[in-house]
Design a protein around this ligand. Structure first.
Ligand SMILES: C[S@@+](CC[C@H](N)C(=O)[O-])C[C@H]1O[C@@H](n2cnc3c(N)ncnc32)[C@H](O)[C@@H]1O
Length: 425
């Protein structure tokens, strides 16, 4: 049910769904709501009671349109769905349920400010949202629902495997895929895919699915109940490898460049996930943002720590006065020395447990000396035990507590640490 049946028809009768409709496997009808008005001007909307901006679609044309549709669907398991940003978020699970439980879906597309609430109360079985954003009309959402449900109808795709292995089918994202040529712009297809060993390919793909989901969608990963022993074994292997990274190449550091930014942000994301897992309310919002790192770089205060050629960690060491540090309580900073502040630092997940964190702090000290300074100050969340242990083990001293200004809306209480470097003889 839409005010734009031609647009929706054109899209839903293209390609795979168009062919399925021609074969009679699915039937898609786009019905013009305006055809069911009972006023001379074919008006479908009117001003909202109580005033306010925009117009609301009237209940009568919607109800008449729906009744006409339902008169053609006797004996079918029908479901009337209103697409709205106020509905339940639409997911692959919803698509599966709709395909499994119903033979007839009526998708109601609102427009303007939406539809008369009484129509929803009286006639709608379910409200679905395409996501937490607002579209001008329900058509795009209805097309997304129709497309994703119809492709699950047996016969629409060539094989069930076309959709059962895809992202979101069993809570995982799909593995990466490559096609010809074997080498493109210097990038090769992973070796394992070229050897014709199907069992190795399957294992590699499953591992990629697990690794991708964990890295990109920790929210989905946290919900997984992996019962298959083969999956559990893969996960164990992944954990072990992460911890097994040996620092067998030279560790160096240099000023970060623009092209290092994606890797820095990737490491930030990994750190975010790890902090969340340890229940530490640090880096759980926008901070530290790309913009902040750009400013750090422009000031020449952002550094990457490299193992061989690979970025393994980063840190930001600033010589600018940190205002929030003046408000230290329950203790005090050492009086006198000019200091630099270790603001943002993280080690890539692959390097956790390898000793890279201590190496990174050594680079911090070298940079502090390069600034001509002998005092490093930093802060960490009171629940960030790993960081506290690392700081203490590397000679930092707890100096008191403070409140930082950079993460409003989150727990801003921090422990303050300081290290005074010895003059070299
Ligand atoms: C501008 S929106 C109305 C938004 C409504 N005033 C509100 O704030 O909830 C117009 C129509 O677009 C559709 N629409 C907008 N965003 C949507 C979303 N995220 N998911 C599904 N439908 C949406 C709905 O059918 C809605 O009636």
């Amino acid at each position: 049910m839409t005010l734009f049946p031609d647009t929706v028809n054109a899209v839903l009768h293209e390609s795979i769904l168009g062919r399925a409709a021609k074969k009679g496997i699915v039937e898609i009808n786009c019905v013009q709501i305006r055809d069911y008005t009972e006023n001379k001007q074919n008006q479908v909307d009117d001003y909202p009671y109580g005033g306010g901006w925009g117009c609301v679609m009237m209940a009568q044309p919607l109800k008449s349109c729906l009744e006409n549709i339902m008169s053609t669907a006797k004996g079918l398991r029908s479901r009337v769905i209103y697409l709205t940003p106020q509905g339940q978020p639409y997911t692959q699970e919803t698509a599966k349920r709709l395909q499994r439980d119903y033979d007839h879906l009526v998708l109601v597309c609102g427009h303007y400010e939406g539809v008369d609430e009484r129509f929803i109360e009286a006639c709608v079985d379910e409200e679905l949202s395409l996501g937490d954003f607002v579209l001008t009309g329900g058509e795009i959402a209805a097309m997304a629902v129709a497309d994703s449900v119809c492709r699950l109808v047996p016969g629409v795709l060539a094989d069930e495997q076309c959709y059962t292995g895809e992202s979101h089918w069993d809570g995982l994202l799909e593995y990466p895929q490559d096609t010809r040529p074997e080498v493109w712009e210097g990038r090769s297809v992973p070796e394992v895919l070229l050897q014709g060993d199907h069992s190795r390919v399957e294992t590699w793909r499953r591992r990629q699915q697990l690794a991708r989901t964990r890295a990109r969608r920790p929210d989905l990963f946290a919900k997984l109940a992996l019962t298959d022993p083969a999956d559990r074994k893969l996960l164990q292997e992944m954990e072990k490898e992460a911890g097994r990274m040996k620092l067998d190449r030279e560790v160096t550091y240099r000023q970060a460049q623009e092209e290092d930014l994606p890797e820095i942000l990737r490491i930030v994301d990994e750190a975010r996930v790890s902090l969340r897992r340890h229940n530490v309310d640090q880096w759980q919002g926008e901070y530290p943002s790309e913009e902040i790192f750009r400013t750090d770089m422009a000031r020449g205060e952002c550094f990457v720590v490299c193992h061989g050629g690979e970025i393994a960690a980063f840190f930001v060491l600033s010589t600018a006065e940190e205002e929030s540090y003046a408000g230290i309580t329950d203790g005090k900073w050492t009086e006198g020395p000019a200091y630099c502040v270790l603001h943002r630092a993280a080690v890539a997940a692959a390097y956790r447990g390898s000793g890279m964190s201590a190496q990174m702090l050594r680079c911090v000290e070298r940079q502090c000396r390069a600034y001509g300074l002998r005092c490093i100050r930093t802060d960490t969340h009171k629940k960030n035990k790993a960081m506290q242990v690392l700081l203490r083990e590397t000679g930092y001293r707890y100096r008191g507590n403070l409140l930082i200004a950079s993460e409003p809306g989150h727990d801003t209480a921090r422990q303050a640490y300081e290290k005074l470097l010895k003059d070299r003889t």
